[in-house]
Design a protein around this ligand. Structure first.
Ligand code: ADP
Ligand code: GLC
Length: 484
């Protein structure tokens, strides 16, 4: 049965992306449309989107719509263009006062207001379109108010009589904490007693927690992450609530958009290859070495990193391990990322200390990310925690075995290689300690020396299928349960 699905998110690739959230919202939506569902996405019209080449068409009947958040009055209009490669309409909430600035997140206290307006604007637009979706699918803290707003502010409208809500948790580390005084501006009326009283008593209001309390269903982006977040160690303070709602929480591993991430067709590569014809990978490696100013004739293994640089990603372990490894073994390192200064300085420092062996690019660069996936021999992702992770799945497809910590989605998608049996897809260490990472790196670099074993490992990874056509079915099943 086809469902009508309204996606609400702060990121949608290629329009707005800082990490995997954008990739997942667009990949899932593209799959749902191919599967016959009516899916529509709502996203802020950030300044960077306005600079893109697509024609953004005004939606005539959603123009200058007022939205009040307490004493603050805004008006928004809706613009639309299809998600590239699909006929999924993306609706952009154009409210220059809130969104016409550089960057997606400002980190100031007004972020909550921006995303509250996005959420309200989506419901207001649905009303004007006369579209009552079966499912409102919200993502992370930014749009986690949707379930309570649906009931409290729009519950009177028969249009939404059959609408159910699902919240996908991509990351529990960001919860959207705001002062409790904000609550009076949300217009919840008598529904205010649905909020967590203990939190409010401490003067705080938590967007994500509110979503977890009120969504009809919850998903986490991998099976292991769904289990982990119900434990005090990995629950970021929300584990008691997540346990209480455990019967409504489903772990679904993210899919990969192989239309975007396939070394056979990737437009960002100068050479192409596949499991059947892997030779082009070596040309990609030479090209990456040349591009980064490293000696392209080297036979040394090349380790790649593409990451947001936050404590989540586990590079603290590298402080001790990588300098020692670069001094002890013949290898090359190419890293791309930006984020917290301590990690940027660390990778910059490696480049200075090991010229010709280590190279770092500080920033966000999608083309380079693709070329690192293709040109590296190994992909390093030692995350302390990882709800799902997409890069390790991209690297499997690109014949670049990942080195990962056994956590969250990394545990669900990478299997430890066993050189005796030839089974497995990567190098997985169990405990988040330097000795664990050192073991995995040495095991990987030793395995690299055995050509035929290495080719088997690469082939195992390239044969994995994490496509949305496969993973997306689990969401359709869930929508069926919700609507059914
Ligand atoms: P997270 O969402 O926690 O950042 P994921 O592995 O799920 O981790 O997704 C990260 C996505 O962001 C991938 O598509 C990756 O290629 C991309 N990415 C991360 N950092 C950069 C960067 N500095 N430049 C380009 N792409 C990046
Ligand atoms: C988050 C997580 C990452 C996940 C991504 C998409 O940013 O950190 O593990 O893959 O969302 O779900």
């Amino acid at each position: 049965m086809p469902y009508q699905v309204c996606q609400l998110a702060a990121e949608v690739t290629p329009f707005a992306k800082t990490g995997g959230l954008g990739d997942v919202v667009s990949g899932l939506s593209g799959f749902l449309a191919r599967d016959g569902h009516d899916v529509r996405i709502f996203l802020p019209f950030y300044a960077q989107i306005a600079r893109r080449a697509e024609p953004f068409m005004p939606v005539d009947f959603v123009r200058d719509v007022p939205v009040a958040i307490g004493p603050r009055h805004y008006t928004f209009s809706l613009l639309t263009t299809p998600l590239p490669g699909s006929d999924v309409p993306v609706y952009f909430v154009d409210c220059p006062e809130l969104f016409a600035h550089d960057g997606l997140y400002h980190g100031d206290w007004l972020d909550w207001l921006r995303f509250a307006v996005l959420t309200r604007a989506a419901f207001e637009s649905c009303q004007r379109m006369g579209w009552g979706p079966d499912v409102v699918h919200c993502h992370d803290w930014h749009t986690a108010l949707a379930p309570i707003l649906l009931k409290a502010l729009y519950g009177w409208d028969r249009l939404f009589d059959h609408t159910r809500s699902v919240l996908t948790i991509h990351n529990l580390a960001y919860q959207g904490y705001v002062p409790a005084s904000v609550v009076s501006d949300l217009g919840l009326g008598s529904h205010v007693h649905w909020l967590d009283a203990a939190d409010l008593a401490t003067g705080r209001f938590n967007f994500l927690k509110t979503g977890i309390l009120h969504a009809d269903f919850l998903t986490a982006v991998s099976r292991t992450f769904a289990r982990e977040i119900q434990t005090p160690e990995d629950g970021f303070g929300l584990d008691p609530l997540l346990r209480a709602r455990g019967d409504r929480l489903v772990g679904i591993v993210n899919g990969v958009d192989y239309g975007e991430w396939d070394p056979e067709t990737d437009p960002h590569l100068f050479y192409h290859y596949s499991a059947r014809e892997p030779a082009g990978k070596w040309s990609c490696k030479r090209n990456l070495l040349r591009e980064t100013g490293l000696d392209e004739r080297t036979a040394a293994p090349l380790i790649g990193v593409v990451s947001r640089l936050t404590p989540q990603k586990g590079f603290d372990l590298c402080f001790e391990v990588l300098p020692e490894l670069l001094a002890r073994r013949d290898l090359r390192l190419v890293a791309l990322g930006s984020g917290e200064k301590v990690y940027e300085d660390f990778f910059q420092g490696l480049q200075e200390r090991f010229p010709g062996k280590a190279w770092f690019f500080k920033g966000f660069n999608n083309e380079l990310a693709h070329r690192i996936e293709a040109g590296a021999d190994l992909f390093l992702m030692p995350s302390k925690f990882e709800p799902c992770g997409l890069n390790q799945m991209y690297s499997l497809k690109y014949g670049t075995p990942p080195i990962v910590h056994k956590t969250g989605g990394l545990a669900d998608t990478v299997e430890l290689f066993d050189s005796a049996t030839g089974q497995g897809t990567g190098f997985v260490f169990d405990h988040f300690v330097p000795v664990g990472l050192r073991w995995a790196l040495d095991y990987a670099l030793d395995t690299y020396l055995h050509r035929s074993t290495w080719e088997k490992l690469m082939a195992n990874g390239m044969a994995q299928d994490f496509s949305w056509d496969k993973q997306g079915k689990e969401y359709v099943e869930l929508y069926g349960r919700m609507v059914g």
